[in-house]
Design a protein around this ligand. Structure first.
Ligand code: ARG
Length: 484
């Protein structure tokens, strides 16, 4: 800190000193340039440059449409396309020079194009950055939905594979984190497949909602030029199943709407909530107290102080990332709330939370998949936990129902047996038959047969239940579903 550099000792220019020349893109009515501080404050290229492939796709559609309606020539279109292709290559190779004084991805690319292709000056005809950014984001959202959908498919496939291997390992299922009824580990894991399956469906629906072209809405009120919105929509694949163009129906809504941003962040936040619940279950399972499973070394960490520790960090972070995903949703809700129609610069803040939700969701999906792939069950610990006869107390009530006892009474009669077991320190299934008879003559000689776990599981074979045949059928259903 004490070291003084030559430049640091020079009197500093005020950070907000305006540049002498006005900004090229809109500079016509300005006599002074943008302040340096304002440039740093307002630039978005540092984060929206990742939209470049979509921005270029949109510009190609725009120029193809301009040529189609005769606003530019076919030759100008081809020059623009070739220039854009070249720019994309440079961007992909990391050779493109992004400039913050050009503010955002749109102006950086257009500026670079103008330096190469004279016709570039015609590209922005009948287009505003308002419909341009809306178009870029819809292209981005389509791609993001496909990527998350694929990652969810891979995760569900892993869950199903783990379920296949754990059909005969039984554990207590919990309500209120108290032992409730026995389930197979497979049945428990398949509950996660259902959660992530709904997420997968949500992203498919989201993809359909994103698949509509806003291009041609202009800044707010379209254009007086004879554009063909359907043509540019088709060029970008914004079409229905029959190949008909899908375009937004109100130019003001098209540039002001941020519903998709909120829907995307919401779908990601919900995936995050699912991460957090799976994460929490597996953290419990890998504790000494539960001991149902051991997490892979590659996704756990040790302690710098306590040599015995193996911490389930990947799962804890999955639980933690859920907060971040919810935060992004909250940012977007707050950003859009109360904004007057149509575009307001506030909306530039819509991108960082969306990008973060995509990146966070994708990495979490991979981490959870790999953590699950490396998880090892401890069947002996599972067996010890599930041997608790109290887990079948409800089955005993069902037994009484089969003897004709109304369920409310049966519940009470089993409750009395549980109380006796607790009072005498006897396991429920070891209570003397005579004592059970005293509680109710409906406890016939075979009441104890209820406590055979395989029989108990085989008695739950209706749709959605944890019976072994049903679980097998669910695994088969998922495999078919994922192969579609
Ligand atoms: N970078 C801007 C954004 O992301 C693009 C739209 C700018 N439009 C404008 N009228 N300043 O919101």
């Amino acid at each position: 800190m004490a070291k003084k550099t030559a430049s640091a000792s020079k009197p500093a220019k005020p950070a907000s000193a305006p540049k002498k020349t006005a900004q090229a893109t809109w500079g016509g009515r300005f006599s002074e340039g943008t302040a340096e501080l304002m440039l740093r404050f307002s630039e978005s290229v540092s984060f929206d440059k990742r939209l470049a492939p979509f921005d270029i796709q949109g510009s190609k559609a725009q120029s193809a449409m301009l040529a189609k309606v005769g606003i530019i020539t076919a030759r100008e279109r081809d020059e623009i396309h070739a220039g854009l292709d070249q720019i994309l290559k440079e961007i992909e190779a990391g050779k493109f020079e992004w400039k913050i004084e050009l503010e955002d991805v749109h102006m950086n690319i257009e500026h670079a194009l103008k330096q190469r292709v004279p016709a570039a000056a015609k590209l922005h005809t009948a287009r505003s950055r308002n419909d341009q950014v809306a178009t870029d984001m819809r292209l981005f959202f389509r791609d993001a939905a496909i990527r998350i959908h694929a990652a969810l498919t891979a995760l569900i496939a892993e869950i199903v594979e783990q379920a296949e291997k754990s059909q005969e390992v039984y554990i207590p299922g919990y309500t209120h984190l108290q032992r409730a009824q026995p389930v197979s580990v497979a049945h428990h894991l398949l509950a996660y497949a259902e959660m992530f399956g709904r997420d997968r469906e949500r992203f498919a629906i989201f993809h359909d909602g994103a698949n509509i072209s806003p291009l041609g809405s202009g800044a707010i009120a379209g254009t007086t030029l004879p554009i063909d919105r359907e043509f540019s929509a088709k060029h970008m694949g914004f079409v229905d199943e029959k190949g008909a163009a899908r375009v937004t129906q109100n130019s003001m809504d098209a540039v002001a709407d941020r519903d998709l941003f909120i829907e995307f962040a919401s779908a990601c936040a919900l995936v995050g909530t699912h991460f957090s619940r799976v994460g929490e279950d597996l953290i419990l399972w890998s504790s000494s107290e539960f001991g149902f499973a051991v997490m892979p070394d590659a996704f756990t960490t040790g302690s710098s102080l306590m040599p015995q520790k193996k911490n389930p960090d990947s799962l804890e972070l999955l639980r933690g990332k859920a907060a971040r995903l919810q935060g992004n949703l909250n940012t977007l809700f707050t950003l859009a709330k109360g904004l007057p129609l149509t575009y307001n610069r506030d909306l530039q803040e819509d991108k960082p939370p969306v990008f973060d939700s995509l990146d966070t969701t994708l990495i979490c999906l991979d981490v959870l998949r790999e953590t699950l792939a490396g998880m090892k069950l401890r069947p002996e610990r599972c067996a010890a936990a599930v041997a608790d006869p109290l887990l079948l107390a409800t089955d005993l009530a069902d037994y009484l129902v089969r003897q004709g006892v109304p369920f409310r009474d049966a519940h009470h009669l089993v409750g009395a047996a549980v109380a006796l077991a607790e009072k005498t320190g006897t396991p429920l299934n070891k209570l003397p038959h005579a004592e059970m008879q005293k509680i109710s003559p409906s406890y016939k000689a075979d009441w104890v047969s209820v406590f055979d776990l395989p029989t108990a599981m085989r008695s739950r074979e209706r749709t959605g239940m944890p019976g072994p045949k049903q679980v097998k059928a669910q695994i088969a259903r998922w495999k078919k579903e994922l192969a579609k």
